[in-house]
Design a protein around this ligand. Structure first.
Ligand code: DC
Length: 695
């Protein structure tokens, strides 16, 4: 198995401030895809959560003949099969998702084909008896192939019938599994819940035209055999994702946060009640009830909270929020106790163990109980290096606690965050950045642009903005590995990648295509000043980069910028001092737009000499020549080195304060890891830092 080396560095931050809307609700996204796939006609699902978990559900139905069209990343158009799925060719992979496996089991029990449900290591340890038992009572032929009634699940065709069933434990997943099977079971299915659990399934059934009734004693009744009709679903923001910000804002004094477009279904918002009891300032406003689920805004102001006891019937409504509640308890005054939460032991991890272990690592006094824990609150915590235990909610909860340490902390193995909250790191960064960044305390004036040959108004505009984002500089000779490394570092940090070689290449390409003699310095300088050059920050799915437009065109990287002609001419044009001077403000200005990783030859020495984050990559000549050759490029590395090192203006050199790395024998990922480690040690005030490095 591949070992993941992803981690998150969290810098201290006394409070959070801002506005946020979180990705779509995980539970609703799963269910909406399931119902749309089973309905007749085309359904539209907006604000679907494209997390690893929910994509598994989507893939499963595609494998069973359901046609899915995507509009962007979060809108799906699903053409349902009217209840009759096609047999899948292979086992259905439920990834990390307990919800998916349990609900699919209900659906597949009613299908006239054999099927098998499998999951990842964590899911393969989770109990399935709780659904096998009621499904068998309904007539399903289902068995667990794992040792202790754990996955895989094997399902044979059978005829179902409605049953009356009393849930032994309150569980929305078990309830939903039975309801899904009940859709296909003649007669009445009746479920008696000990405590009402989340009711997304019931609400969504109704949107798809199938009503469940709630009897006076609270039991839920469904008539089998009703047909689902296609509809439109607006998935609200996931309250359980918002919970991390709500908790952080409530517990960190002086925080101010607005959470927009979040699901406020009362079976999900138990956290708010508990926070209010602990003394939090929270206002809630439901703004719409469109299509079944209440959606609205929350305003949270932070202050010192008081400890509380969370137990009994309250647990089911906050089961996903217990990790963040434990963290909030650790920052509250006095003792916070969680009881009757033994269910936590069979979640994505043994969450009781995971929470207790990590709280202790942060220096929090905590007693582990069979069904919960007792936490002694404190003012601040010590920095720590903790595991996620492969559990997304553990990773996110402890990222929040880390804000209260006096130095950076490190959360290991954070890939799992993507199972429910892709983009968490960026949001953490956005909500904390203005307070944790040292450069905000000491705004740095831009130096150097005044002598530049740029339009006066633009210089004025630049002057007005006086905050400079952090810039990581990576210089080095041709083929030293700069580009790949810089891109990966940028991706890991959420910074913008800026290849200044491409800037010199774009200019060279344009000058050549306009037919100038590149050796005529005067003419080249004059021609450059007439060019319309723009560098803009372009955000793509995975990372953001500086896009270079020259006379409103973006030259093609391969055919234009790396042609043999440009390769041969670029170092000559780059040696002209006035061309370099002309290009200076374009490079510096970008640091007003976004945090940057900039690679080139003189970035640390001339363009951003004030940056504290400088690197210089080098490798032996033969190795670099080999690399260029492998890239299939015609280029004279040695000659280019000479030109770049010997020119009078801004020659290639290693700045005195740069960290020098010889990459001859290192893999790219190793170099990236080293750089990220050094940045962390240098105290780069970045809240969300994640390596893309994998081994
Ligand atoms: O990084 P690269 O090989 O794409 O760069 C092409 C040329 O551009 C390089 O040989 C010298 C010049 N250059 C420069 O002089 N200063 C920079 N900051 C970046 C590139």
């Amino acid at each position: 198995m591949a070992h993941s080396h992803s981690y998150l560095i969290v810098e201290p931050c006394p409070l959070i401030k801002g506005e946020i809307s979180v990705p779509g609700d995980k539970s609703i996204s799963h269910r909406a895809v399931m119902l749309a796939s089973l309905a007749r006609g085309k359904s539209k699902i907006r604000h679907f959560l494209p997390s690893a978990d929910c994509l598994c559900t989507l893939r499963a139905f595609e494998a069973m003949g359901v046609r899915v069209e995507k509009e962007g990343k979060t809108t799906l158009i699903i053409e349902g099969k009217g209840g009759q799925l096609d047999p899948p060719f292979e086992a259905i992979d439920c990834g990390n998702s307990g919800t998916m496996m349990r609900l699919m089991a209900g659906i597949l029990s009613a299908q006239p084909f054999y099927s098998k449900l499998i999951g990842d290591r964590s899911l393969s340890r989770r109990p399935m008896n709780r659904i096998i038992e009621p499904l068998r009572l309904m007539g399903a032929r289902i068995r667990a192939e794992g040792k202790e009634n754990t996955p895989p699940l094997f399902i044979e065709p059978s005829t179902l019938k409605g049953i009356d069933y009393r849930l032994p434990i309150p569980s929305a997943q078990v309830k939903s599994c039975i309801l899904f099977a009940g859709l296909f079971a003649p007669g009445i299915t009746r479920i008696i819940e000990p405590v009402p659990s989340r009711d997304h399934t019931e609400r969504l059934f109704e949107q798809f035209g199938v009503r469940t009734l709630r009897e006076e004693n609270g039991s839920i009744v469904l008539h089998g055999g009703m047909k689902l009709e296609a509809t439109e679903v607006d998935v609200p923001g996931d309250f359980s994702s918002a919970a991390f910000w709500i908790g952080a804002a409530a517990a960190l004094p002086n925080s101010e946060l607005r959470v927009r477009s979040v699901g406020l279904n009362p079976t999900r918002t138990g956290l708010l009640k508990i926070l209010l009891r602990m003394g939090a300032h929270i206002e809630e406003s439901v703004e719409s009830h469109t299509r079944g689920e209440p959606i609205g805004s929350l305003w949270i102001r932070g202050n010192k909270l008081k400890g509380t006891v969370i137990q009994g019937d309250e647990i089911v409504g906050v089961i996903d929020e217990l990790p963040i509640l434990a963290v909030i308890g650790a920052l509250a005054e006095g003792i916070t106790e969680i009881r009757n939460a033994q269910e936590l032991r069979v979640k994505e991890s043994d969450r009781i163990k995971a929470i207790v272990t990590n709280l202790r690592a942060f220096g929090v006094e905590v007693e582990e109980l069979v069904d919960g824990m007792r936490i002694q609150g404190r003012e601040s915590v010590q920095p720590a290096r903790v595991e996620s235990f492969g559990d997304h909610r553990i990773a996110m909860a402890f990222s929040i606690l880390a804000l209260k340490a006096n130095k950076a902390s490190r959360i290991e193995d954070v890939d799992c965050i993507a199972t429910s909250y892709p983009g968490f790191e960026q949001d953490l960064y956005a909500l904390t950045q203005s307070f944790s960044k040292e450069w905000m305390d000491e705004p740095k004036k831009i130096k150097g642009f005044t002598q530049a040959l740029t339009k006066a108004e633009r210089a004025e505009e630049v002057k007005k903005k006086e905050i400079l984002y952090p810039v990581i500089t990576i210089d080095g000779p041709t083929a030293s590995g700069k580009s790949t490394v810089a891109q990966k570092v940028a991706e890991a940090l959420g910074f913008t990648y800026f290849n200044t070689g491409a800037l010199y290449r774009s200019v060279t390409w344009r000058i050549l295509s306009l037919g100038y003699d590149i050796h005529d310095e005067e003419k080249v300088v004059e021609a450059c000043r007439k060019l319309k050059l723009r560098c803009i920050v372009q955000k793509t799915d995975r990372f953001s980069r500086a896009k270079i437009l020259i006379d409103e065109r973006e030259p093609d990287e391969k055919t234009d910028l790396r042609s043999a002609e440009v390769n041969a001419a670029v170092s000559i044009i780059a040696s002209y001092p006035r061309v370099r001077e002309w290009l200076l403000p374009f490079q510096r200005e970008l640091a007003h737009e976004a945090p940057l990783v900039v690679e080139g030859r003189d970035i640390g020495s001339v363009v951003f000499p004030e940056s504290p984050y400088k690197f210089f990559l080098d490798a032996q000549l033969e190795e670099r020549e080999k690399r260029r050759e492998r890239q299939g490029e015609r280029d004279n590395v040695e000659q280019r080195d000479k030109l770049d090192q010997s020119r009078s203006s801004a020659p290639l050199c290693c700045p005195v304060d740069a960290v020098k790395l010889d990459t001859t024998k290192l893999t790219i990922d190793k170099v990236v890891e080293k750089i990220l480690d050094i940045l962390w040690k240098k105290g780069l005030p970045v809240a969300g830092l994640k390596t893309a490095a994998k081994t």
